[in-house]
Design a protein around this ligand. Sequence first.
Ligand SMILES: Cc1cc2nc3c(=O)[nH]c(=O)nc-3n(C[C@H](O)[C@H](O)[C@H](O)COP(=O)(O)OP(=O)(O)OC[C@H]3O[C@@H](n4cnc5c(N)ncnc54)[C@H](O)[C@@H]3O)c2cc1C
Length: 481
Amino acid sequence: MNTLTDRNAAWREELRSAIPAKERAAIPRAVMPMLAPDVRVTNNDEVNLGLTPLQAVTEATRCLDCADPGCVQGCPVSIDIPSFVKNVQRGRIDAAAAVLARSSALPAVCGRVCPQERQCESKCIYNKMKKAPVAIGYLERFAADTARETGAQPTPERAAPNGIKVAVVGSGPAGLSFAGDMARRGFDVTVFEALHEIGGVLKYGIPEFRLPNCVVDAELQRLIAMGVRFEKDTVVGKTLSYDDLLNEGFRGVFVASGAGLPRFMGIPGENLNGVLSSNEYLTRINLMGAGRGAMTPVEKGRRVMVVGGGNTAMDSVRTARRMGAEEAFVVYRRGSEEMPARVEEIRHAEEEGVTFLTLHNPLEYIGDENGHVRAVRLQKMRLGEPDASGRRSPEPIEGAVTEMAVDQVIVSVGVSPNPLIPDCIDGLEVTRRGTLVVDENLHTSIPTIYAGGDIVRGGATVILAMGDGRHAAASMAAALT
Ligand SMILES: Cc1cc2nc3c(=O)[nH]c(=O)nc-3n(C[C@H](O)[C@H](O)[C@H](O)COP(=O)(O)OP(=O)(O)OC[C@H]3O[C@@H](n4cnc5c(N)ncnc54)[C@H](O)[C@@H]3O)c2cc1C
C-alpha cells in the first residue's frame, strides 16, 4: 500500500463496511447555510456561508462508493471525487485537499461557482434512485476552505526546473490552470495580464457576494509559491507583441484571453444613456471598486431591467439590488426552464426580490428629453420547436407588445472574443464567431501557440476553461520536452 490511491481504496472499503448503504442513503442532503435575503441585499458579503464540519462529515457519509463512479466522468478536470469525499468523511481534510490539488488549481473557486448540478452531481447514483445527489460542490468548497484556514493547504510537488520558458496570455481560469500544471512539470511560467488584477472573470465579473476576492487571491498564492510569475497591466498585442515574446525566449505561448467583448441586440435605443452591457456594469463595480466607495462612476438605477438568462444576468441583477435598485427585473425571451443560469443563482435572485419576465424580449428602448432611457417596449413570446441548441425556440406573439418604465438597462445577451490577439498574430486561424481554431491537442494554426477557455469555446464555464488549461499544458509539455 504505497500510493495514496491504494490507501484511499482501503479506507473506502473500511468505511463501506462500517455504515450500511441503506443507512447512508437515508441521510438527507445537507442544506447550505446562508445569509437571509433581507440582510444580503444590504451588503456585498458572501451569501453562502459554507457547511459546518458536522454537516460536511454527514454529507460525505451519504456517498455510496459506487464501483464505477459517474461523478468523476462528469468532472471536466477528472477530480478523484470519491477519494476526496471519503477523506472528508474520515476528517482528513489535509488529504482531501491534497486529492483536489492533484487535478484542480482552483478548488475553492470551483466549489463555489461550478455548475455541479449539470456536471459531477448530475451523474451521482442518487439521481437514479430519485434522491438528491451528494453535494459534491459544497464538500469541495468545505475541503478547500478548511485546508486554507487551518494552514493545511498543500503546495503541489514541483519537478526540477527544466529551464524552458513558456508564456500565458490572460490570467482567467484557463490561464491559471495551465500555469499551475506547467509549473508542476518544471517549466518557467510567466502569465501576462492586461488588467491590474489577476483572475479574469473571477475578479472582474463574478461579484464578491458569490466569490470573494480573498478566496481567489489565496488560490493565486499557491501558484506564486510554485514559481509562476505574473505581469499585470500588460496587453499582449499592444504592450508586447508575439514577436517580443519569442525574442524574450518563450518557446510556447498559451492564449487564454477569454471572451470579454459584450454583445448587444442591435435594437433601437441601445445607445441611450442608462443602457450598458453587463460586462461594463460589473467591471466598474467589481474590478474598479464602484461598489466599495471608489471614485469610479456608475449609475444607480431605481427601476433596473437586465436582459438575458445566464449567470452574468443573475450577477448583474443581484448587484443592481445591492446598488440600491428598488425594483429589478430579468427579461428573458424563453421560459424559466430554458434559463442557462445556475438554478441556485436564479433562486437567490428570486429570494432577493428580483422579478422574472420570461417569454419577453425587448424591441426598443425609449429615451427622455435628455437622451436617457425611460422605458422599454417588450414583445411577448411563446415557445416553438427546439432549435440547434436543443432548447425550444422563442417566437413572437403577433400584436402582443407592452411598454414598461425603466431607468437603467443592463444587456447580458452573450459575449464574443476580443479580436486583438487574432488580429495581431499573422496566420492565427479564427472561426466565423471569432474564436480561435484549435486541434484536439488545443494547438492553433501556429506551431508555438496553443489556446483554450472562452477564446476557443465562446462564453462557457470556469471548469471547462480549467480543463482546457490542463489539456493544453499536457500537449505543450509533450511537444517541448
Ligand atoms: C459575470 C459572469 C459570471 C459567470 N459566472 C459563472 C459561474 O457561476 N460558473 C461558471 O462556471 N462560469 C461562470 N462564468 C463564465 C466563466 O467565468 C468563464 O467561462 C471563464 O472565466 C473563462 O475563463 P478564461 O480563462 O477563458 O477567460 P477569462 O476569465 O475571461 O480571462 C481572460 C483574461 O485574459 C485577459 N486578456 C484578454 N486579452 C488579453 C491580452 N491581449 N493580453 C493580456 N491579457 C489579456 C483578460 O483581461 C482576462 O483577465 C461567468 C462569466 C461572467 C462574465
